[in-house]
Design a protein around this ligand. Structure first.
Ligand code: ATP
Ligand code: MG
Length: 555
């Protein structure tokens, strides 16, 4: 595991260090608070790694807490997917996951408390009127005509809201703060709205649901969260967060800190946009391997460790930024290069028939599973007089220089990876002139040995034994969007979808053992790239290309 420990402390670590030194806190408690209205994406991974990472580093606790205050968009399926993703990333929380909905009764009691303290009131302005009364950045707001109604009346109405006697949109509960505050969040923000929607956990118990602002800080306080870390767009909500903590009899005094969110180019990291991609079927689902979701990346063949290494490499700072996807890809390759087993798959096969069969003395070829790691063992690859090589690895053009074309040329030599040196002698073509078969001969006794005098193979190519090879499909992926910033263009982001983001290649040939591969087994198909088995391929053998071999990222 790489950790942040060898780097200078970032601003949140500095704050924690100071808090510990001054005895303001003794145990660090953080939380990761997703709303279960979609799957987690790579941006969330940054927040997960930060929150769980800090708890780990300081011997504290990080809660997984579902911010489930908005039932119309939420779903138990999202709760399950999020739980699985955080676990898969390798993080643990103490006890059960927490839920905002577990605190609904407490939050409601605190709402009544504010009313009795003359700090909240039931308002009957509708949404449009409320906007008009709120004012703008340059104009102060206007007090609601309901602002000074008696606390007893507000309490009575709040109860009617709660039990479902008031129509949706007819009333809200608002804090009584300051309609002329320079911070619009403090202009009597809404604490409760009427929503006659049943909730995935509380059923029909509630007809009103708390706003994000009224819920979040109080949830933190209930859980004893010491450092409540969120993204920069919540900076303007912080005075309100502090206001609630100051005006309610909460059991602890959490503090909110904001850091820059992670954006990646060539993709989108917004649940709303990802949901649109899913709902409009531009992708096959939340876990489509082109999606920047944790589950999509997992299905694509990216390891949890690669995601964590990438997140640990990111600056935790008070500015938003867009990270080049090449940086992420660098960490994906870096991890797979070390951890992926080597294997051979011929994506566009052409048959090679070896004609001097009496010179073929081996029926299996032993190859290491990793060139630099003996612990990963060896495998025996079947070998016979019929093999497949990739069409792109053969040419009849003898004018190509050795430097330009380090593969098989008619009349010339090449080495089969781990095996014999062969020479191409002849080609057989169909009526249309396409090559159907290459006739070749092996150079005897060349497995594991240097080339004999006078024979200089042009290079090394991969191959599979034709008699035992398994058919498979390979999914080749490209970026989901064809422009770096799909949100910056004139058009809607969907107009910049890359039509070539998925190419399915059938009829590929893979080493027979690969039929036993399971999703999450990582392979480097030699000379092609990194692959993992797809999850939806019980009867069909399908491999997803995680990423190609070449790394173009410059640190
Ligand atoms: P989205 O904008 O994708 O809808 P969200 O902020 O609404 O995301 P939540 O489920 O509320 O999604 O997010 C849970 C936590 O993850 C929050 O603390 C949020 O600040 C953090 N988070 C969300 N997106 C990012 C990101 N791109 N980078 C870092 N942290 C993020
Ligand atoms: Mg949110």
């Amino acid at each position: 595991m790489t950790t942040n420990l060898d780097k200078p402390p970032h601003f949140i670590q500095q704050i924690i260090n100071a808090d510990l030194a001054a005895n303001r806190v003794d145990k660090i408690i953080t939380r990761f608070p997703p709303e279960p209205n979609g799957f987690l994406h790579i941006g969330h991974a940054k927040s997960i790694c930060l929150n769980f990472g800090l708890a780990e580093q300081y011997g504290g606790i990080c809660n997984l807490r579902f911010d489930d205050t908005n039932p119309e968009k939420e779903d138990q399926a999202f709760v399950d997917a999020i739980t699985a993703d955080v676990k898969w990333l390798g993080f643990e929380w103490e006890g059960d996951a927490c839920y905002a909905s577990s605190y609904f009764t407490q939050l409601y009691e605190w709402a009544m408390y504010l009313v009795t303290k003359n700090k909240a009131y039931v308002c009957e302005l509708n949404a449009e009127q409320m906007r008009a009364y709120r004012g703008t950045l340059t104009e102060v707001g206007t007090d609601s005509p309901f602002r000074d109604r008696a606390a007893s009346e507000s309490l009575m109405l709040l109860d009617k809201m709660k039990i479902g006697e008031i129509d949706e949109g007819a009333m809200t509960l608002r804090a009584k703060i300051d309609m002329s505050s320079a911070n619009i969040n403090l202009r009597d923000p809404v604490l409760y709205r009427i929503k006659k929607i049943s909730h995935q956990r509380t059923g029909d118990t509630w007809n009103i649901y708390p706003s994000y602002d009224f819920a979040h800080g109080q949830e933190d306080a209930i859980e004893g969260v010491t450092h409540s870390i969120c993204t920069l767009e919540f900076a303007a909500n912080r005075p309100l967060y502090d206001w609630f903590v100051a005006h309610l009899p909460v059991p602890s005094e959490p503090k909110q800190y904001e850091f820059g969110r992670l954006n990646l180019n060539y993709t989108v990291t917004s649940k709303r946009k990802l949901k649109l991609l899913v709902d409009e079927k531009h992708v096959a689902g939340w876990d489509d391997p082109r999606m920047p979701t944790i589950s999509g990346l997992r299905r694509r063949g990216v390891s949890a460790q690669a995601i964590r290494n990438f997140c640990d490499s990111l600056a935790v700072a008070k500015t938003d930024g867009t990270v080049d996807v090449a940086q992420f890809e660098h960490f994906i390759r870096d991890d797979l290069n070390v951890n992926a087993k080597r294997a051979m798959c011929v994506i566009k096969p052409v048959l090679v028939r070896l004609t001097n069969t009496s010179d073929i003395t081996l029926s299996t070829i032993t190859a290491p599973n990793h060139p630099n790691n003996e612990l990963m063992g060896h495998r025996n690859i079947p070998f016979s007089e019929q093999i497949f090589i990739d069409r792109a690895d053969f040419t009849e053009d003898t004018s190509l220089s050795r430097k330009k074309f380090k593969r098989l040329v008619i009349g010339d030599y090449v080495r089969l990876r781990g095996g014999y040196i062969i020479r191409a002698d002849e080609v057989i073509k169909d009526n249309a002139g396409a090559i159907t078969e290459i006739l070749a001969s092996v150079v005897p006794n060349t497995v594991g040995k240097d080339a004999p005098e006078g024979i200089r193979p042009r290079g090394v190519i991969h191959w599979v034994d034709a008699k035992t090879a398994k058919n498979c499909r390979v999914n080749l992926y490209d970026r989901l969007f064809s422009v770096a910033d799909p949100d910056a263009g004139e058009g809607h982001f969907l107009e910049y979808l890359n039509p070539q983001s998925l190419i399915k290649v059938t009829g590929c040939k893979v080493e027979s053992d690969l039929a036993l591969a399971v999703p999450g087994d990582y392979y480097q198909f030699e000379r092609e790239g990194y692959f993992t088995r797809d999850i939806c391929s019980d009867d069909e053998l399908v491999f997803n290309c995680t990423i190609g071999l070449r790394d173009s990222w410059k640190a």
